[in-house]
Design a protein around this ligand. Structure first.
Ligand SMILES: *Cc1c(COP(=O)(O)O)cnc(C)c1O
Length: 350
């Protein structure tokens, strides 16, 4: 009962039609049409048990991301990989580090494994490597950072990740959560860092740029001994056949992924600039959302309520210790224009 229940993004407003959900960082365009087709085609095979080793999906991921397929493990969302890591490497008496405004699942999974989550200070909403290194003790087993981070949207350069990996005590694993890595043009999410070390692991997801949050698919990549360990915790049929088929088609449609990345970058920059003009700043954002800062908690709450009344659902992030901020997913052009117009009107009304 010490675990605070995860709060998902809201999706409906009573009495308001034309609602846009911008609270869960979903892809406004949905998955690649090829992924939807693959899912529909799998309807005729629902009586067949799925693959246990996920070879086809791991090979496709390996090809697209230049990863060795045998060093990949697929899970029910990256959430499942995060929980495998905690169950495998942290238990009672062990500490699991996460950043001050880090993703809620690190803390939840650490507690579920009986370990002690430790929150480490960030420098103005940016991961602080010195603080993380200083936060390590001989009890630290796992250090989770998301790069780009959610809900801040900020990221740190590879050189900083390397400094963190190389400065960690022995018997401590660095986990890079790359849920938003595809939104960063040309970013390998730390693959080359992992390939030259034995203490760095990565989690990835099909829930964000691939638009398959509803199917629950993610993966982990890292040193072989860690993959071999996590596979012992994994249920043999953790991923359904339709999910595997859809993910396979999605990851191979690299053209679609590139178009989603470009569209997101364009409207993210536009929305951030529009809000900045009216006194609502945000940090340079690297994912598919921005963290809009208001002058007070009351103003953020007022704006959230105003947006809701206009059918625009964004995310309050008080539970992430950012009560004066709203996290806004980058929707399509129409959604971004609606958000900018509504916040402008809210500010004008004072
Ligand atoms: C959305 C998100 C995930 C994805 O979780 P899934 O279980 O793969 O849907 C992971 N990490 C972070 C930081 C996220 O924001």
């Amino acid at each position: 009962m010490d675990i605070a229940l995860y709060q998902g993004g809201a999706s409906a407003v009573e009495g308001v039609a034309d609602v846009v959900k911008l609270s869960s960082n979903e892809n406004p365009f949905g998955p690649s049409p090829r992924a939807s087709d693959a899912f529909r085609q799998s309807a005729g095979e629902l009586h067949v048990y799925p693959s246990t080793q996920h070879e086809r999906l791991r090979e496709a991921i390996g090809e697209v991301y230049d990863m060795a397929p045998e060093q990949i493990i697929c899970g029910v969302g990256s959430d499942e990989i995060i929980s495998f890591l905690c169950y495998a490497y942290a238990g009672p008496g062990d500490e699991v580090l996460h950043t001050e405004h880090g993703f809620a699942m690190y803390r939840i999974s650490a507690l579920a494994a009986g370990a002690t989550p430790v929150s480490v200070h960030e420098a103005d909403r940016v991961t602080d490597v010195d603080a993380l290194l200083a936060g390590c003790t001989d009890k630290t087993r796992l250090v989770f950072i998301a790069n780009p981070n959610n809900p801040t949207g900020t990221m740190i350069p590879d050189a900083e990740i390397e400094r963190l990996a190389d400065g960690l005590p022995e018997n401590c694993l660095l986990v890079l959560d790359g849920a938003y890595a595809e939104y960063v043009e040309g970013y390998d999410a730390g693959v080359s860092i992992i390939n030259t070390r034995d203490n760095v692991f990565m989690t990835r997801t099909f829930s964000k740029i691939y638009g398959l949050g509803g199917l629950r698919i993610g993966w982990g990549y890292g040193p072989q001994d860690i993959i071999d360990t996590l596979n012992r915790l994994r249920g043999p049929f953790n991923l359904s056949g339709p999910a595997l088929k859809a993910a396979h088609a999605a990851v191979r449609d690299v053209g679609y992924t590139a178009r989603c990345r470009a569209e997101n970058a364009k409207w993210r920059a536009w929305l951030a600039a529009e809000l900045d003009k009216i006194g609502v700043p945000s940090d340079p954002a690297f994912g598919n959302f921005i963290l809009a800062r208001f002058s007070s908690e009351a103003e953020a709450q007022g704006c959230d309520a105003y947006l809701k009344s206009k059918g625009l659902i964004v995310r309050m992030v008080g539970s992430y210790n950012l009560p004066h901020c709203l996290r806004i997913t980058i929707g399509d052009e129409r959604a971004c224009r609606r958000v900018a117009a509504a916040i402008t009107e809210f500010k004008r009304q004072g």
